[in-house]
Design a protein around this ligand. Structure first.
Ligand code: TNX
Length: 516
């Protein structure tokens, strides 16, 4: 399996023996400003309290998640109590920390007496708690009690994100990944301050979200035998989807659901014959070809279908976005593609969602509220530059940089390589605000790292492809460009390895990283 390919030369016991304390700068993503203070380290103890903003259930929940994450390794009780008067311990407070810190920034201060995190919002406090976890010794990520000194380095961190949208995509259509696997990925995203999870729910090989008005989409289109090589069956019930959305929301992650249209629709077309222009259902497909399927552009039933699917999905989705795909519609003539998108974008808006599409979407004359997700490998794109001039915003996901399903090199046992090999440094050394000529920082809403699942069958596979590259994408999306440096990043990734081992996460031991 990929895990054994990624197996580390050190054992967990070696790691314990070499346990090192963290410094204030051992963080991914790199924070905006760090001021270490000598002699101001704080040590957690059995009596440490987590004090949270009085009268805020939301902040108390952030405190509880923090306590849950620190209890197994410390063995401490870490009760969560209202922060009345007395100080000391770990304190989470809503405070006016200034406009610069925005909706997700935080200020974290460590003195001998305790750790205080202040933010304008609960989301900012949550981000601060993720920083605190990384400031503790790596053993904090162990799932059972460890006998180490739980020291937090003294000083102050002031931190806030460069981009509002920091995303990761998981393809659960080519191979279904279970709710538990998705939650496990969500846990990792949260640690690195990624705040959007895009779920690619449908494709040629499978339909993975229950839609009441078209029930066979999942029972047939997502059933046993679907997925690449016929081994990726499964789907999310509405209840499971809602549970994932809530689980993500607790971690300040917004789910962005995608129904890919008008191409990438063979699972729907092979399930419902009436959706095809000739009324004949094509056979189900389990290969990895792209660009052969298309919804029937001239049939009114197509738009009734889309309306039903978008309505039901929008009802289940509290987040602002709904992604309608639009990529690689090679068997849909361009005029038809435009007709389709010009009808479907308003449907998404009718149900109160902001449309999101792969960047081909902007070839149609659609609402400029629609967000274009740029996945191409070129750094020149006239259509995109025009779209930005019209007012569209862009998410940067260049395949040769942040497609986590690309092989790292010729020896990578899983993955694809159509965009080339993508080593960790390729994922790191680019600037989303200057990547495509004529598409400046202001037009960029953020960065997303997609993980396609043609070759991925398990959580081990997901982890092996995502780590370390996902952490590069996270840093690009959060940290100011001036704070970014490959050498520093590679050293900080090396230090994450011990944490990844503690939590049993399989990762790729890139030769570019100075592993311990
Ligand atoms: C291209 S990029 C696709 C997907 C594939 C992926 C594999 C894009 C929007 N579409 O259908 O899964 O490449 O890397």
């Amino acid at each position: 399996t990929a895990t054994s390919a990624a197996a580390a030369p050190t054992t967990v016991t070696d790691v314990m023996a070499t346990s090192t304390e963290s410094t204030l700068t051992d963080l991914i993503p790199a924070p905006v400003r760090v001021s270490p203070a000598d002699g101001a380290d704080y040590r957690l103890g059995p009596g440490t309290l987590i004090r949270t903003e009085p009268h805020s259930a939301e902040v108390r929940d952030v405190g509880k998640l923090l306590a849950d994450s620190l209890r197994p390794a410390t063995g401490y009780a870490l009760p969560v109590v209202p922060a009345h008067g007395r100080s000391g311990g770990i304190t989470l407070l809503l405070d006016d920390v200034g406009a610069e810190l925005g909706d997700e920034g935080y200020r974290l201060e460590v003195t001998k007496h305790g750790v205080t995190i202040r933010a304008n919002t609960p989301a900012g406090l949550f981000a601060g708690t993720q920083t605190l976890r990384q400031l503790l010794p790596a053993e904090i990520d162990a799932d059972s009690r460890r006998d180490v000194e739980w020291t937090v380095p003294g000083g102050t961190i002031v931190d806030y994100p460069r981009f509002a949208y920091r995303g990761a995509m998981l393809d659960i259509a080519r191979h279904f990944h279970t709710p538990d696997e998705i939650k496990s990925y969500i846990d990792e995203l949260a640690r690195y301050k990624i705040n959007h999870l895009h779920l690619h729910l449908t494709d040629d090989q499978g339909w993975r979200i229950e839609i009441d008005s078209w029930p066979k989409l999942t029972t047939v289109g997502g059933g046993p035998g679907t997925g690449v090589d016929g081994v990726g069956g499964g789907f999310l019930t509405k209840e499971e989807y809602s549970d994932l959305v809530a689980y993500a929301a607790k971690r300040y992650i917004t789910v962005v659901p995608e129904i890919d249209m008008p191409g990438h629709t063979n699972a729907a077309l092979s399930t419902y014959a009436e959706l095809n222009c000739d009324g004949v259902a094509p056979p189900p497909r389990t290969d990895i070809e792209v660009g052969y399927s298309s919804l029937c552009i001239d049939a009114e039933l197509t738009y009734e279908f889309v309306d039903d699917v978008v309505r039901e999905l929008a009802e289940l989705t509290p987040g602002p976005y709904l992604h309608i795909g639009g990529d690689e519609a090679h068997s849909t003539p361009i005029e038809d593609y435009r007709t389709f998108m010009e009808r479907v974008v308003p449907i998404v808006e009718k149900y109160g969602k902001r449309p999101f599409g792969w960047s081909e979407l902007v070839r149609a004359d659609v609402s400029t509220d629609a967000v274009a997700q740029y996945w191409h490998t070129e750094t020149e794109d006239a259509d995109l530059v025009d779209a930005v001039a019209r007012g569209h915003k862009v998410i940067m996901s260049p395949a040769n940089r942040v497609y986590l399903d690309m092989k790292y090199d010729e020896n990578t046992p899983i993955g694809l390589s159509w965009a080339g090999y993508v080593e960790v440094r390729d994922s790191y050394d680019w600037d989303p605000g200057a990547h495509v000529t004529g598409v400046g920082e202001d037009a960029v809403l953020g960065v997303e790292a997609p993980l396609w699942s043609e070759t991925l069958r398990s959580l081990d596979h997901i982890e092996y492809m995502a780590f370390p590259r996902l952490t590069a994408a996270a840093e690009i999306a959060w940290s100011p460009q001036e704070a970014r440096d490959w050498t520093s990043f590679s050293e900080r990734v090396a230090k994450q390895a011990q944490r990844w081992e503690e939590r049993g996460l399989g990762f790729y031991r890139s030769p570019q990283i100075p592993w311990p």
